[in-house]
Design a protein around this ligand. Structure first.
Ligand code: B12
Length: 151
């Protein structure tokens, strides 16, 4: 599976970004790391160019929300991104807030997996669960379609 990753906006916190790249490699993903200071358009352009399955955004400085509000609109301008798995993690607000408040907000912005102050390995486990749940769901849908077409 291919993953495009990077740090969104004017954010220069690079340490987690390097760890994300190394950990994804170790788990067998093909990684395209755009590094720090990456704009949303650059993320989506890279996803299209590489045919990535996952877009994994990191944000540490608390400014992600400003960028995230544009995600749905921008994504709708690109073709064939409906199946793209969108994930974001790091410090997703300025200061402190409850994950229970933050997660639905970011899901509403268009992210499938939201990891506020979640350590990387836990986040990558969540991604693996998401991928296997989606596969199981697709298989069930296909089985149902075959069954219906033969009835
Ligand atoms: C080092 C550091 C810096 C360095 C960065 C050097 C560099 N090039 O990387 C310098 C000094 C330059 C810096 C600058 C700033 N920083 Co700074 N910085 C830190 C610090 C001390 C450590 C960050 C770090 O590298 N941690 C090590 C990594 C491995 O851990 P991590 O970042 O927490 O990442 C883990 C998880 O968050 C998670 N994770 C991260 N991304 C993702 C993504 C996904 C998908 C998943 C699943 C998980 C995940 O996985 C990682 C490993 O478990 C933190 C405070 C702290 N103790 O965390 C503040 C901190 C991140 N900085 C902060 C701030 C505010 C700034 C500045 C805005 C300060 C200023 N006023 O100038 C600027 C930002 C400038 C900019 N344009 O971005 C705040 C952010 C506050 C917020 N969100 O509300 C923090 C939290 C400090 C604080 N308590 O206020 N900073």
């Amino acid at each position: 599976m291919k993953v495009v990753t990077g740090v969104v906006g004017n954010d220069i916190h690079v340490v987690a970004n390097r760890l994300i790249e190394l950990s994804l490699h170790a788990r067998g993903y093909e990684v395209f790391n755009l590094g720090v200071n990456t704009y949303l358009e650059e993320f989506f352009d890279a996803v299209v160019e590489t045919g990535a399955d996952v877009l994994m955004i990191s944000s540490l400085n608390g400014e992600a929300e400003g960028w995230s509000r544009e995600v749905k609109l921008l994504k709708s301008k690109y073709k064939n991104l409906d199946d793209l798995i969108m994930m974001i993690g790091g410090n997703l607000v300025v200061g402190s807030a409850n994950a229970e408040d933050i997660i639905p907000k970011y899901k509403n912005y268009g992210f499938d997996i939201v990891c506020h102050q979640v350590d990387l390995n836990t986040g990558l486990d969540l991604l693996e669960t998401f991928i296997s749940d989606r596969k199981a769901n697709d298989t069930n849908m296909k089985d149902r379609d075959i069954k219906e077409s033969t009835e």
